[in-house]
Design a protein around this ligand. Sequence first.
Ligand code: BV8
Length: 236
Amino acid sequence: MIDDAVKLVRLARRPVSLSGAGLSAESGLETFRGRDPEALWSKHDPLQMATPEAFEANPQQVTDWYAWRRKVLAQAEPNAAHRALASRESMLHVTQNVDDLLERAGAREVIHLHGTIGRNHCAANCGHEEAIDMADPPPLAPCPTCGKWMRPSVVWFGESLPEAALEGAIEACVECDLLLVIGTSATVNPAASLIPLAKEASARVVLVNTEETEAGRFADVEIIGKAGEVLPKLLG
Ligand code: BV8
């Protein structure tokens, strides 16, 4: 499997990576689903946390959940998979992850489909936004400009993805000749739909995941293994 995938990587002229929470799992960040008994959602009902309605209903609890995730991220380091991806200068990275580990590993071009946990903005979209200190995340606070609450700059369920990010990701997946899909259960849309899109645009698709997923039906090669172990072999 790995040898077949190495050949496809070597042949690729326009490679793109599409990653999910499994890419950051070996950095100690919990995944959202999968068979991980400690999965993030299993501790917190996602609809209690990552939706505008939940923030509206309980801004303190949602803010506390993000403060906890930010502190975990502040202690985390990029793992071998992030570094292997970042070592490929010609590769464009599309990620569902809201962490900055690919950038910290040196990746230059990263498209964040679901926003970033490293910033807050005014929940009323008055325009005020700010970078936050992950190690010392801000408590629930009013927007200094308009007084409404500040919120994390991530995309919640039911919210549209940033247009530029989605357009950039679609263009990348249509143009690419190799889509390297890492650590995603392929259950969240529109991100998951990028995989069949690339396939239909005659890209080769390589999956790296510790389990089989729905995306298997689009794969030229499906490698079952840890991203931190497989990617250095694929891209090293
Ligand atoms: C939208 C940011 C238009 C927040 C996230 C019905 C009702 C309402 C909506 C919908 C519906 N059906 C579909 C939808 C659309 C919905 C959706 O897809 N829902 C799903 C759950 C059914 N999508 C949306 O709402 C999107 N917006 O569509 O706008 C719209 C507008 C109005 C109304 C409707 C639609 C917005 C989606 C973005 C949500 N925000 N994150 C935050 O992070 O706090 S999503 C969240 O899930 C993360 O970003 C995460 O990346 C993403 C996907 O999960 P994965 O990354 O795949 O992670 P997961 O844990 O699932 O899988 C990890 C995988 O890694 C596993 O397979 C595991 O085996 C593997 N793994 C583990 N360890 C390793 C590993 N692999 C390799 N190595 C390892 N070491």
